[in-house]
Design a protein around this ligand. Structure first.
Ligand SMILES: Cc1cc2nc3c(=O)[nH]c(=O)nc-3n(C[C@H](O)[C@H](O)[C@H](O)COP(=O)(O)OP(=O)(O)OC[C@H]3O[C@@H](n4cnc5c(N)ncnc54)[C@H](O)[C@@H]3O)c2cc1C
Length: 281
């Protein structure tokens, strides 16, 4: 019998965290509510992106004073100033070291620092960017995988399914506003992509009203490892859902603990980051 410790495990991988200023190169609409923002410029050199769920922190000036408090580099970590600057997290949708370009896909809405910046910042303007700090490496041996999330998780899900071995089976279930928000995904043939339309309903975790979790409760007869990701339920005023990664057996807890342990190195613990961290459980 295979010991659980012999099985491949999902693994949190941390990377040196850098602070840099990137230049806004261009923006283009992917769907009516999803804006692709391309960042670049000379400071992209040394940027690294290895894992689909990696994110960067965009750092904004204080909306009241206009003051921009930028963290300072301290070896492989960064020191955050006090008061903490406002930050927003965005998944690295694409990094092309040759072209020197980083894409992030921003869900646009009516208010919000990041949403407004994505829509209105002048081309050529610069923004401080921290990270990416870490990501969860999912072994290719996980033959059955499932991903759930709303449109804020779509950049990570889209990148992940495109990177999957073509023999992988499973699901990608994504809740978006309506059919116009669907995007073509480069998923393996055996990974079924299902779109849920929120329409006028309030945001909620897709998994709650979708029967697709059934495979989780079934034991695989061949004992092959599998992997699933789950979206956490959003809080009332914060529609964020993003996948968290989990492996077979006891891995979900291990992955979660690893994520919490690493958070001290990745950025300031603020009331909002604590709320986000609770939501990611
Ligand atoms: C690790 C990580 C990765 C993420 N990756 C992405 C990503 O790739 N793309 C992405 O779009 N988001 C992503 N998010 C979510 C994003 O960081 C939040 O949605 C963020 O709060 C948006 O900031 P804002 O300044 O525009 O709005 P905020 O100032 O945070 O919020 C202002 C108002 O807008 C509302 N609001 C916030 N987000 C949305 C939304 N998506 N739709 C509708 N209303 C909203 C809030 O409820 C609030 O009322 C990620 C979050 C995490 C933690």
């Amino acid at each position: 019998m295979t010991d659980i410790t012999d099985r491949p495990q999902a693994e949190l991988r941390g990377f040196p965290i850098r602070i840099r200023e990137l230049t806004l190169l261009r923006r283009e609409l992917v769907t009516p509510l999803m804006l692709r923002v391309t960042l670049g410029g000379p400071e992209h050199v040394g940027f690294e992106s290895h894992i689909a769920d990696e994110h960067i922190k965009l750092i904004f000036p204080d909306p009241e004073t206009g003051e921009l408090n930028v963290p300072t580099q301290n070896g492989d970590v960064i020191d955050w100033p006090r008061p903490l600057p406002p930050t927003r997290d965005y998944t690295v949708r694409r990094y092309d070291p040759g072209a020197g370009e980083v894409d992030i896909d921003v869900v646009v809405h009516t208010v919000g620092l990041a949403s407004t910046w994505a829509q209105q910042a002048p081309i050529g303007s610069r923004i401080p960017v921290a990270g990416p700090p870490r990501g969860i490496h999912i072994p290719d041996e996980f033959t059955w995988q499932a991903y759930f999330g709303d449109e804020t998780a779509l950049p990570a899900i889209a990148r992940r399914v495109a990177e999957l071995p073509r023999s992988t089976r499973g699901y990608a279930v994504i809740e978006v506003q309506n059919a116009a928000e669907e995007q073509p995904l480069d998923a393996p043939e055996g990974v079924e992509v299902r779109w849920l339309h929120r329409a006028d309903r309030p945001r909620q975790a897709p998994v709650r009203r979708h029967g697709v979790l059934a495979p989780r409760r079934r034991r695989r007869r061949d004992g092959a490892p599998r992997h699933r990701a789950r979206a956490q339920a959003p809080l009332e005023d914060r529609p964020l859902t993003r996948p968290w990664w989990a492996g077979p057996g006891s891995q979900p807890r291990a992955a979660h603990q690893a994520r919490r342990r690493s958070s001290a190195a990745s950025g300031p613990r603020t009331p909002s980051s604590r709320r986000r961290s609770r939501r990611n459980r």
